[in-house]
Design a protein around this ligand. Structure first.
Ligand code: NAD
Length: 358
């Protein structure tokens, strides 16, 4: 079996789906790795590093299995042919996903987003590995935009109070944001609609904000709130947010627009100089005044909504992602041949199109 590692062409995308470190263990399983020239360039990995690890530089698109980070565009799909397998983020829940095109091309595709959130699959969980990067980087961005210190400072020139940081939506990214803000010396608080998260929030030294809304849904995700719950939540958050220097939002509901947690009125109620980092920009944002991909100042509050933060830390983001991909590949490889067992829940769930289906 040949595995092809492609060079990502999406602007700003600096990650690569497999780093050289992973190549020897794949070789041991009897597969060959073919890397497109420059595939690692964004992550500062030279082609030579792949060659030294036992890969060859060549055309990845003719390999049996093509591994990618972001969904393929039409030109990339045109390079694939029937019988090939594609693994990567495929945005299966986005209305404009390319799964129909992949199916029409006879390509078998696995979407890492669809890997079930079960313990056995944690090592393959690319949503989690990349969310960790985003949560960490969101805090650094908030610190960068802030007019205030995060830590408490006791200096000859006076004492500075620690920043207060509120994280709305405490999944993987939110939990990492809380931990990172704490390490920077902030006083942290977490909020989520899944009450089970309270203990995790406390375990990273943060306070738990309880607004009395329980919206735990399927598979460890949240459900969408009812209109009445939404109104109650927005009102309660409007009151709570006033006291915070920094608000980081990460709330998502699978397949739905991002829940609106921070209203324009809530922004107006914040102290001038406060910062909001909205990680939900890709699905519309958690803040009413968010402009996805931009940093704007509204009512003297800076609102940043960075897109694709994992791509801004290509080295570690690629390393973690590679581990996810290698684990998924390992699950499908039998004596060096790709033989996915679709009785396995992880493979059945993550496979979004294959020949047997019609
Ligand atoms: P996510 O990115 O889908 O959502 C982020 C957070 O937003 C979630 O915690 C969600 O509850 C919250 N949220 C949604 N609507 C909200 C609202 N209206 N108000 C406030 N918060 C709202 O979540 P995720 O990071 O993908 O994690 C989802 C769950 O899966 C977590 O419990 C996580 O611990 C779990 N998980 C399990 C495994 C595993 O066992 N393999 C791996 C990763 C994650």
């Amino acid at each position: 079996t040949r595995i092809g590692v492609v060079r990502e062409t999406t602007p700003e995308e600096r990650r690569v789906a497999l780093v050289p470190k992973i190549v020897p263990s794949l070789s041991k399983q009897g597969v060959q790795v073919v890397v497109e020239a420059g595939a690692g360039a964004g992550a500062l990995i030279p082609d030579d590093a792949y060659v030294d690890a036992g890969a060859t530089i060549g055309d990845p698109w003719s390999a049996d299995v093509v591994v990618k980070v972001v969904p393929p565009n039409d030109a990339e799909i045109a390079k694939l042919s029937a019988g090939q397998t594609l693994i990567g983020f495929l945005a299966p829940r986005n209305a404009d996903n390319k799964i129909g095109a992949l199916k029409a091309a006879g390509v078998q595709a696995f979407a890492v987003e669809a890997i079930p959130r079960i313990s056995r699959a944690q090592v393959m969980d690319a949503l989690s590995s990349q969310a960790n990067v985003a949560g960490y980087k969101a805090v650094l961005l908030a610190a960068q935009e802030s007019t205030r210190f995060f830590p408490m400072l006791t200096t000859a020139a006076g004492t500075v109070k620690p920043a207060t940081v509120l994280v709305l939506g405490v999944g993987v990214a939110g939990l990492q944001a809380l931990a990172t803000a704490k390490r920077l010396g902030g006083r942290t608080t977490g909020y989520d609609v899944r009450p089970e998260v309270a203990d995790q929030v406390r375990s990273v030294g943060a306070q738990w904000l309880d607004l009395g809304i329980d919206a735990a849904g399927e598979g460890g995700y949240a459900r969408e709130l009812t209109d009445d719950e939404k109104a109650r939540q927005q009102q309660a958050l409007e009151d709570a947010i006033k006291g915070f220097d920094v608000v980081i939002t990460t709330a998502l509901v699978p397949g739905r627009p991002a829940p609106r947690l921070v209203t324009a009125a809530a922004v107006e109620g914040m102290r001038p100089g406060s910062v909001i980092v909205d990680l939900a920009g890709e699905t519309g944002g958690n803040c009413e005044l968010t402009e996805p991909g931009k940093v704007v100042v509204r009512h003297d509050v800076t609102i940043a909504s960075p897109l694709n933060l994992p791509a801004t830390m290509p080295e570690h983001a690629s390393e973690l992602y590679s581990k996810n991909i290698a684990a998924l590949l390992e699950l499908m490889l039998v004596d060096g041949k790709l033989e996915p067992d679709f009785d396995d829940q992880v493979l059945a769930d993550s496979c979004v199109t294959r020949e047997e289906q019609s």
